[in-house]
Every structure is written in structure tokens, then in C-alpha cells.
Design a protein around this ligand. Structure first.
Ligand code: SF4
Ligand code: SF4
Length: 219
């Protein structure tokens, strides 16, 4: 039995999915693999483009807020995080809250989108949030898991953003409202120890409530 399974679930007649975790050692990579396999093979309902059988050539979800994790940035650029902030990330600071997302182009689309083909130019290295999204229904547990992983991974990226500032100078901010960020709001997370989704356990990232939902039959 796989350590994580994305299993079909039907919502008002539409095919969606639930996530089941079968082993406490399951990692974020196990989760990503399970969702990707489900997306490619299930024939699940695509609410934004119901006529499509695959996502190929549809770019509707590449033009919204795209949060990024520490591991995603490492996969895209290697250890030079500072370059990533200059080249493809967007840092928005609202008072003490820091939000780091993929930069959008002048038309509001992800800068890695090929606007002619409607496909991703960094497909093999695309962020977790892209790998695990499909516009089909999913259970509350599946939604919470994805949200908690992305938030934790983004918090670690915010922490590393603070560390790119030198001699007390605030790091690069692309947009802000009275920015007053404070690193004490961003303590180290399980993403601090590694840059590999294979080495981060789901159990260490998700809340006890979400873990319970994923490891029992409830949804
Ligand atoms: S990284 Fe690729 S899949 Fe993700 S939003 Fe950008 S273009 Fe779309
Ligand atoms: S998941 Fe994204 S790419 Fe696929 S059909 Fe839905 S909006 Fe389009």
C-alpha cells in the first residue's frame, strides 16, 4: 500500500478526491506524487474547463496568487535565494505580514507561463502549489493539508528573505503597506532542515486536526 493515496470522491455527481495517509513516515513528496498521479489518471472533473480531459493548454490557474515554498525556490534556482527575489518572486509586506508569491507579468500571468502555448516553461520544477492543484472538488482534509504545507513552506521562505538583508537593512520589497516586518514572527519550520520534499514528513507540517482527518476515514 502506498504511504499516501489520492482517492476518488464524488461531490454532487462530480469526480473529485480525498487524501489518505497510510504511514506516519509519509513525506511531502509522497503527497505530491499521489496528487499528480490522481490528476493525470483519474478523469476528474475540471470545474473551470469542464470540457477538458487534461489541463494541457489551459492556463486559468497560472494567473492568480501563487505562493511559493523554500523548497520550490531551491528547486528553481539552487541555493542562491537572493537571485530568486530579484528575478521571479514578488514580496508583498502589509505591516508585519510578509507574502512571497510568484511574480506576475504585465498581463497578470505567472512569469513562467508560455503565453503562446498556455503551458509552463518550468514544468519539471514547478512549485508544489502548482503540482497539487486541480480545479476539481476535494474534501476538507485534502484542502487543509495543501494549505498547511504551502503556508509552512512559505513561512520558511519568508525567514530566508529576512536573512538576505545585510547590516540591518530591510530586504527587497516589491509592494507594501506600512511595512514593519519582524523575523520573530517567523520561527524556523520543518522546512529549515532540508531542501528536499522527500525529507519532510507530512506529520511534522500539518496540524493535529488535519493529521487526524487524513489518517482516519473521515473527510
Ligand atoms: S510555475 Fe508554471 S504551473 Fe506554476 S503558475 Fe507558473 S506557469 Fe503555471
Ligand atoms: S486545473 Fe488549472 S489548468 Fe487545469 S483545467 Fe483547471 S484551471 Fe485549467
Amino acid at each position: 500500500m502506498k504511504r499516501v493515496e489520492a482517492v476518488p470522491a464524488v461531490f454532487k455527481g462530480k469526480m473529485g478526491y480525498n487524501i489518505k495517509v497510510n504511514d506516519p513516515r509519509a513525506t511531502l513528496q509522497d503527497y505530491i506524487d499521489a496528487v499528480e498521479m490522481f490528476i493525470s489518471g483519474s478523469g476528474c472533473f475540471r470545474s473551470r474547463k469542464p470540457e477538458l480531459e487534461t489541463c494541457y493548454g489551459c492556463d486559468l490557474c497560472c494567473q492568480e496568487r501563487i505562493p511559493v515554498t523554500m523548497v520550490d525556490v531551491f528547486n528553481l534556482t539552487g541555493p542562491n535565494v537572493e537571485e530568486a527575489f530579484k528575478k521571479f518572486l514578488h514580496v508583498y509586506v502589509d505591516r508585519r505580514v510578509v507574502d512571497i508569491t510568484m511574480a506576475l507579468d504585465g498581463r497578470g500571468k505567472c512569469i513562467f507561463l508560455d503565453n503562446t502555448k498556455g503551458t509552463c516553461t518550468v514544468y519539471n520544477m514547478r512549485p508544489l502549489v502548482c503540482r497539487t492543484f486541480i480545479c476539481c472538488p476535494s474534501t476538507g482534509g485534502a484542502k487543509k493539508l495543501r494549505e498547511e504545507i504551502v503556508n509552512t513552506g512559505e513561512d520558511e521562505l519568508v525567514r530566508s528573505w529576512f536573512l538576505t538583508g545585510e547590516n540591518g537593512i530591510t530586504p527587497i520589497i516589491h509592494e507594501g503597506v506600512s511595512p514593519s516586518p519582524d523575523i520573530s514572527d517567523y520561527p524556523p519550520t520543518p522546512f529549515a532542515r532540508t531542501r528536499d520534499y522527500n525529507k519532510i514528513r507530512i506529520k511534522d507540517v500539518c496540524s493535529p486536526q488535519t493529521w487526524k482527518r487524513l489518517t482516519t476515514t473521515n473527510k
